[in-house]
Write a protein that binds this ligand. Structure first.
Ligand code: FAD
Ligand code: SIN
Length: 521
């Protein structure tokens, strides 16, 4: 058993940025599933959106672009905070050692889909790695923070309606251990692993979302899973992301006849919103492969600006400065999550959520490119005052927690994992259908029972991840069935594009698993 003022689950940008600020007020324990660096953050390419150059850009423009991408469902007040407070955190990252690209001393600014001005600060094409490294470096020099690597959070500990800690499985020695705290902060990232094709690393199995749901917190907007249009499409290769910044620097999409096609789908052509580009690629792929071509730009520019992508593609046998890159879409980002207010409070006392796990409502029905790292920074910083005040008012408090046996991994788990991920891709993916979603929820409910019975035999990491993948898939599918329209990234072939009703789906754990839909003001 271990005890801290604050326990933070997750060591991506949200968890680390929060911890570094909160450590000034009390002891912080960070729990993380693998090594500190392993996170979605570490793979972020394009950059961070922020209004830097006020001669060509303005907060109003950034707000307008965010709201347009969000298809009428953004929380406008939270979008205002996001945009207004963003630039402060870019400067703070620089102070912490992040080396963003510069041009004559000023930040170089990139362009991505849906942005009406150049406003993406970047560190070549590996922005996430630069940010994560600097945060880990600072964490190692901060006395009040203790990190526990290879520690997998299993379940939140709730006592008399308050979250007071988390049960973890230490993957090094197989021990189950309880961490208690005056405040618990979830920063476990996304759920890309729910889908067979994803840009997300293995850690992104929706653990925080599923844990919070099981503990009784309200979930919001779970139907809105964003698919990135351009990942490397080569058999037996992972869906390695080809950043939208490649299109921002002149890359174009072409079909199997070598023709450009995006003008037929959207006036912004190759820089149309992600959902439009992903569906267009899916359509074009019916008659053959689709490619992203930037080979017209000088080789030197490509190798310099997209150094990491160039190297990876070279490794996979593609010369992006000489030939088009075969691409296809993959699951990328969860716009919904654990519902929080503008300071990270969830509906469960003592529990806070940040970053991709949380839903502040800033992304609405579709996230604007490079607004995610921004949200992690802004809302992690905003949470510090509220969490530390809660911490000061709260007495530490521990309870007995049941012991859980460890069981060996079973082949069944791998099989169920594969089938859930493929089914979600087919039926609750980029293009959805009502009968497909209804079939899926039935199968997921059956699989959930099977997972519950396996859990009675004991726990192990693959089984814990499977439980969360199935839970997250159920949340996505339930919310998707509830939404009787197509909106943003939720596209159902039989249902018309957005109607005038503006409501969002809140889901709360109840015996009958009944979602509550609330109108948005
Ligand atoms: P993460 O960075 O994913 O961190 C989650 C942490 O929680 C990890 O440390 C993980 O190990 C830990 N964890 C998870 N489950 C458990 C558990 N059960 N127990 C203990 N620890 C756990 N966004 C942008 O704005 N700009 C970009 O350019 C961009 N590019 C991207 C490129 C790729 C390939 C991907 C995948 C995403 C990209 N995104 C981008 C999205 C953005 O990177 C993420 O949304 C953001 O980094 C999420 O940060 P986070 O701190 O919330 O979660
Ligand atoms: C990218 O570089 O295309 C990813 C940007 C993002 O997800 O915001």
């Amino acid at each position: 058993m271990k005890s801290f003022d604050i326990v933070v689950i997750g060591s991506g940008v949200a968890g680390l940025y929060f911890s570094l600020h909160a450590a000034e007020h009390g002891s912080v324990g960070i729990i993380t599933k693998k090594e500190l660096m392993e996170s979605n953050t570490n793979y972020a390419q394009g950059g961070i959106a922020a209004v830097i150059d006020t001669a060509t850009d303005s907060p109003d423009l950034h707000i307008k672009d965010t709201l347009e991408a969000g298809a009428g469902l953004c929380d406008v007040s939270n979008v205002n905070h996001l945009v207004e407070e963003g630039p402060i955190h870019i400067r703070r990252l620089v102070e912490m050692g992040v080396g963003f690209n510069r041009d004559h001393g000023h930040f170089s600014l990139g362009l991505e889909g849906g942005h009406s001005a150049r406003r993406i600060v970047f560190a070549r094409d590996a922005t996430g790695k630069a940010v994560e490294r600097a945060l880990v470096f600072n964490e190692r020099r901060t006395e009040n923070v203790t990190a526990f690597e290879s520690m997998v959070a299993m379940d939140l500990i709730v006592d008399r309606g308050r979250c007071i800690g988390v049960m973890c499985l230490d993957r090094e020695n197989g021990n189950v251990e309880a961490f208690f705290a005056k405040a618990v902060v979830l920063a476990t990232g996304g759920l890309g692993q729910v889908y067979v094709n994803t840009t997300n690393p293995r850690i992104a199995s929706g653990d925080g979302i599923a844990m919070a749901y099981r503990a009784g917190a309200v979930m919001q907007d779970m139907e809105f899973v964003q698919f990135h249009p351009t990942t490397l499409d080569k058999r037996y290769k992972p869906h390695f992301l080809i950043s939208e910044a490649v299109r921002g620097e002149g890359g174009v999409l072409i079909n199997s006849k070598g023709e450009r096609f995006m003008h037929r789908y959207h006036p912004s052509k190759d820089l149309a919103p992600r959902d439009v580009v992903a569906r267009a690629i899916l359509g074009e792929r019916k008659s053959g492969p689709v490619y992203l071509d930037i080979s017209k730009r000088p080789s030197r520019f490509i190798r310099e600006r997209f150094a990491s992508i160039f190297d990876q593609l070279w490794w996979y046998g593609v010369r992006m400065d000489r030939e088009p890159i075969p691409v296809s879409p993959a699951a990328h980002y969860c716009c919904g999550g654990v519902r929080v207010d503008d300071h990270g409070r969830t509906s469960l006392e003592g529990l806070y959520a940040l970053g991709e796990t949380a839903c502040t409502g800033v992304h609405g029905a579709n996230r604007l490119a490079s607004n995610s790292l921004l949200e992690c920074l802004v809302y992690s910083a905003r949470a510090v005052s509220v969490v530390t005040e809660d911490m000061r008012k709260t007495q530490s408090h521990e309870t007995e927690v049941p012991k859980r046996p460890i069981s060996p991994e079973r082949a069944d788990v791998r099989r169920i994992r594969r089938s859930v991920r493929s089914m979600m891709w087919r039926n609750v993916g980029i293009v959805r259908s009502v009968p497909g979603m209804k079939r899926t929820i039935k199968t997921l409910n059956d699989l959930n029972e099977r997972v519950q019975s396996l859990l009675k035999e004991g726990v192990n990491v693959p089984l814990l991840e499977l439980r969360n993948i199935v839970e997250a898939a159920r949340l996505i599918t339930t919310a998707a069935i509830m939404r009787r329209e197509s909106r943003g990234v939720h596209y159902v072939k039989e249902l018309p594009e957005r109607n005038d009703e503006r409501w969002r789906c809140h889901i709360l754990l109840r015996q009958d698993y009944d979602p509550i839909c609330q109108p948005v003001e």
